[in-house]
Ligand binder design. Structure first.
Ligand SMILES: [Zn+2]
Length: 352
């Protein structure tokens, strides 16, 4: 899961503004390849008007995008091969690799058939705590709470405030307020309990999350055996690592390897930082991922890959393919590299 936020909205505006310039920009800012980032891929989202709808794309769009990229010379490769190509400075030609975070079931039911059609590999990053139900898809619970009511009383450590949820616009603001509360004030471990208490104190019946929205272990095992699928690690409990002690962060990054190996019979070689933005991953976390022995680690920072990333294999940026940009032209613009410095204060080689 990523936090869209203001930076992404600005990027969307810039994408629109620079779309026509992208072909001209390519020789100057273009990279050697890209890691695409997906979350949900479904033609029938349960909540088409939800505030998290930007996390979803339609399978037909994925199909169109891969076909377009292949026609323009991109080779779709496994993440292992992408890393090898980064190490040799992209000499094997322009490449793309697809990743998806959180193991949504639609990755198997709706994205995989598209990937099979194109022979395009995917890496799916799994957080065992989410699969077992020990950790919450709290952004879905926030959405459910805000969708259910027109006003909420939010009791934080310091105050009690009324949050207006009466209109679609107010609901978006309410989600932003609750996200800020959960990710800045409430501890990582207490997010689920805090949300349940918020629901209870406001008289809202909260289910156990949306049953079946993520794959179960049997399905993940089936995916593990699929020739196009690589399973990567996404911490144990989908924690914001920067908010954890060193011991807890190392536990989340390192011990997820053991859990996934026990469950799937294969040790994960690649890692994705939950949330992946600057408030969730810094130098310390990159060091921990390297120490844990992963071959690579990805953030959610926006950027194309460049030869220099050979020195930063544990802080690789991605290009988010999400509901905000279901336009092949927009993705082309982002792949041109022109939006990489725009979204990163002028930086061409994006790490953390
Ligand atoms: Zn995630």
């Amino acid at each position: 899961m990523i936090d869209g936020g203001e930076a992404i909205r600005k990027l969307a505006l810039n994408v629109a503004r620079y779309t026509g310039l992208a072909p001209l920009a390519k020789p100057f800012v273009g990279g050697i390849g890209a890691i695409l980032m997906l979350h949900r891929v479904t033609a029938t989202p349960e909540k088409p008007n939800s505030v998290n709808r930007h996390l979803n794309i339609a399978p037909a769009f994925l199909d169109k995008l891969i076909a377009d990229m292949k026609a323009r010379g991109y080779a779709f490769v496994t993440l292992d091969e992408a890393i090898e190509r980064i190490k040799i400075g992209g000499k094997g030609g322009q490449f793309a690799t697809i990743t998806a975070d959180d193991a949504y079931r639609d990755n198997m039911t709706e994205a995989l058939p598209v990937l099979e059609k194109h022979g395009a590999p995917i890496t799916i990053y799994v957080a065992p705590g989410l699969i077992d139900g020990a950790a919450d898809l709290w952004w879905d619970l926030v959405e459910d709470i805000v969708d259910t009511t027109s006003r909420l009383t939010l009791k934080t450590a310091s105050e009690s405030t009324v949050v207006d949820c009466s209109t679609p616009g107010r609901k978006i603001q309410a989600v932003a307020r609750l996200n800020a509360w959960l990710t800045l004030e409430v501890s990582e471990e207490a997010q689920g309990a805090a949300l349940r208490e918020l629901a209870r104190s406001n008289g809202i019946e909260l289910g156990t999350g949306r049953a079946g929205i993520l794959m179960n272990w049997d399905e993940i095992r089936t995916m593990t055996a699929h020739p196009l699928v690589t399973i990567g690690a996404h911490t144990i409990n989908h924690r914001n690592l920067k908010r954890l002690s060193e011991a807890d962060a190392r536990h989340e990054i390192g011990d997820v390897k053991r859990i996934l190996t026990e469950r799937l019979g294969q040790e994960p070689r690649h890692f994705a930082y939950p949330y992946g933005y600057a408030r969730a991953v810094g130098c310390r976390e990159v060091g921990f991922a390297r120490d844990a022995g992963y071959v690579s680690a990805v953030t959610t920072r926006h950027g194309v890959l460049r030869a220099e990333h050979a020195g930063f294999l544990h802080a690789l940026p991605r290009i988010s393919v999400n509901g905000r940009y279901q336009s092949v032209a927009h993705i082309r613009t982002m792949l041109s590299g022109i939006t990489t410095p725009l979204a990163n204060a002028g930086k061409m080689v994006v790490t953390i």
